[in-house]
Write a new protein. Sequence first.
Lengths: 314, 323, 436
Amino acid sequence: MTQQPIGATPKKEGTALKVRKKPRRTIFLQMRKNYSSYLFLMPKLLLFILFVAIPVVWAFVLSFQEYKVFGSEFVGIDNYIKVFESEAFRIALKNTLLFTVVTVPFSVISALVIASMIFVLGKLSQSFFRSAFYLPTVTSMVIIAMVWRWMYNYEFGLFNYVLGWFGIEPLNWLGQSSSALWALIIMQCLIPFGVGIIMYLASMGSISESLYEAARIDGASTFKQWLYITVPLLKPTTLYLVLLSTIGSFQVFTQIIMMTGGGPGSATETLVHLIYKTGFRDFEFGFAAAQSVVLFVIILIFSIIQFRVLRHDE
Amino acid sequence: MKKNSFNGLNKLIIYVLLTIFAVVSLLPLYWVFSTSLQLSSYQSKDMERPISYVDANPPKMYPMGIPLYFEHWSGAREAKKADNIEDEKYHREMMEHIVDNTFSSFKSLFQKHDIGKWFFNSLYISVVVTFGILLIDSMAGYVLAKKKFPGRNLIFWIIISTMMIPGQVTLVPLFMMIRDLELMDTHWALILPDLSMVFGVFLMRQFMYSIPDELLEAARMDGASEWRTFWTVVLPLAKPGLAALGIFTFMNVWNSFLWPIIVLNSAELYTLPVGLKTLQDANLASFKLLMSGATVAAIPMIIVFILFQRYFVKGLTIGGVKE
Amino acid sequence: MLSIASLGLAASVLAACSDDTKEVGTADEFKGKITVWDGPRWPDKDENKFHWLEAKIKEYEDAHEGVEIELVQVPWAEMGDKLGVAIAGKSWPDIAPVDISGSAVSIDHIEQGVVEPLDDYFDKEAKADFYENALDAYTYDGKMYGIPNSITLHSMLLNLDLFAEAGVTPPEGGEWTYEEFLDAAKKLTFDRDGDGKIDVYGFSTYIMPGYYEAWPFFYKNGGSPLNEDMTEFTFDTPEVVQAIQDLADLKLKEKVAPETHGGNDVGGTFQAWANEEQRTVAMQPWATWAIGAAQGKYPTNFAVANYPTGESEKPTTIGGVGGWVMFHQGEDANKKAAVADFMKFISTTEEQYHMAQNYGIFPARVSAAEMDPFKDNPEMTRAMEMSDQVVMLPRHPEWRKIDEAIQTQLQLVFNGEKSAEDAMADAKKAVDELLK
């Protein structure tokens, strides 16, 4: 089942393999002949080495050091031990997990539902709604966080006003441990998953009409067609979106620093905010590096699990 | 899921639901604009103390200056009819005050704060990075897609595999790298790491595949140099891909936040998101001022989005290719 | 702590170095660049809030050919974080306006040699012009690590219009007990328009790491966060716990503070007191900058008062000392001398007097205070009288983290999730861990 969206072209594999089989002299010859290719690659490669590759390696090295302004020292796996013993890290991990577990399914499912609704409309309406749902995503998270902080304001906020309609007492949304993280979760859920909507729309467009034709002859209702044909066929897109939004939500940061600073108490402390704080407020660079390596491993494990689960139950 | 399987009523329900969802998702943005123009101080003759519609309970859903302006406008007209000069003067003054106050925060942003500078910084950094990325990523993407040379696949896979690593992992070492290059508190500290983002290489490589080999072959036959072929044949063909990449780069750089707050110290070097944070942190900033700053930061992206919408869609769907 | 030994070693090595090269250098022989950080101060007519230092720089450059001084403008709210990053990145400026006990520069940094001692440039007589507590704040291990420039403290600001409206007499001479304060707060909490909703509250403040407006209330029965030799957390004594609970209960029990009391919205809290369109809170504690704001940008009819007294019967406030610090210099003794020279140049008696008048801070030099910069400013004069009530925060290398551990627990007391007793017991666990 292929529904690669626009622009995708089949791979042309094997060229490199052929090269590899040739004797060493020929490789050098090949390299000389293709010097212009290396020149084309050069700028990106240099930047990549300097600002991506070296820092990645450096991060691992750092995580085994204790940083001092004048000279650091190796401390073995002390930083990693500290990560696993740290109460703050445990709380941040718990908060981040809760945030992810609620927002990711909600975002992806609502993107699927909205995209399905948009898909049946006419061309003009399609592009109108697509834009309406994508527009909030092009705005900086800083702005979104600023306005949501205001909407959650106890005295003047929109939310407490709306609660008032239903006769509910105003809520100190961001001020209570019990509600602060949920306020951030609600906010994340109500920001439309624009990327998801657009990708679902594109993938739906490439599902063959004949599949539905057959189902209709069998007398399947529109909803059943959606549930048994559309949704399963969209699985690769769903997998991609789940991975994408999981990675994104593990890195939640801007909302935290703009809206709660991790408080009250540590109710909204998240992993990336903790890493930022450890690194750039307490200046324990080694500890921060160890935390980020652990974060990377956690994301990796999550991605693999999701990959497995969403792949296998077909 | 055939379109015509939905009759009028079903469609109507879908329209209504989608409209509700759209309103909810656009509400925060509307709230930014509305608050930035909200009347923050108003005191008519019969009011004991001035009130602010920004900090109003219940919140005002639209800029109150609009209805109040018309109220005073008609008040002035009636006073004129009745030859009540004093009253007319009062209404005229109130009208003036309403207009002044409605736009006051924008005025003060540009006069008392550095927002003009921040805007310029954001704009030029975004433009420089965008064009830089377009050039170097399309060069890299081109040879990775169309040339055969030793190490090609290895280089590609190394570059792509780092896409999996969250940016926070390299935050600290990248900071040290910038420090060792003595680029702290300069715009280079933003531009260089942004230029090394790898997503564009992946995207351009995907796109370059679709350029027919015959065209490149033809150019080579004509004796064009590699660079000329790239510049005159490849780049024009890659325009849609470039547009998509350009927009995403621009958006990313324009909105980037975590990195700039770490490497920039001088207020005059701040980009808009960083500047907005300092506005929020400063104790004396009113909410109207903050939302006005947010408006200034949001409008350019919205314009870019509206102008280049179709490329957004294209970029997302190329970027989403799996396997 | 693993690093203590190496720290001590580094410090002693550095000390040894500076002893060997006792050569002080000559400021006039220096040619080159000096970098200064500063935050926005008072505006000139073009709204330029850096004009004072810019003018001083120009003056200095004109008098010293070949010296170039670069000013880096950093917002105050970012100063601590930015400086911390710069220190970690070894890209510090030559001069910055910070104190050495606080968030950006800590004792730890001094021990690592990040801050230069200035004793070579100030003899006993020169030091004598500074208030003792101001000088103390910049002294560590017998050495002077900065030039004190200003003293700030926290005081209670009372909105007199609201006092009049509620028919409450402000405390005589600004002195009152906690009972009198609570009584006033109760009367100042009222429903103005009879709609059943409270329009004005008696009191509010906020709780956030790095902010100490609320803290003098916690000292009212005596006590302090750490014991004398800073080995133990002592904010969990019954008198302190009671004081914390009392302040939280203003909202939780007495209902004389709004729901946002003890929250983290600094700007919103200030607006509620100062903004003409709001004025929904009658009394708030603030640092001295707010006095200037209430006299200027937010004109308010207000009075300055002491923090109310508790069982210890003596009024207390938390203060800080601002000043200029010189960061680690290389081998160039002449440059070091020139940097010190410029630092002196911007912190003379005249400059401190000038700054006190325009910027609303108390001079750290006795001679500047004697020029009576606030003779036309009763509010500032009143606040200055509180100088002898000032208590300084403990100066511990890990203070930043200790502070955060305490303040995050305090937040939970103020939103009613924990009793002060439980919260401080939890804080003790965290802080004692840091003190080990």
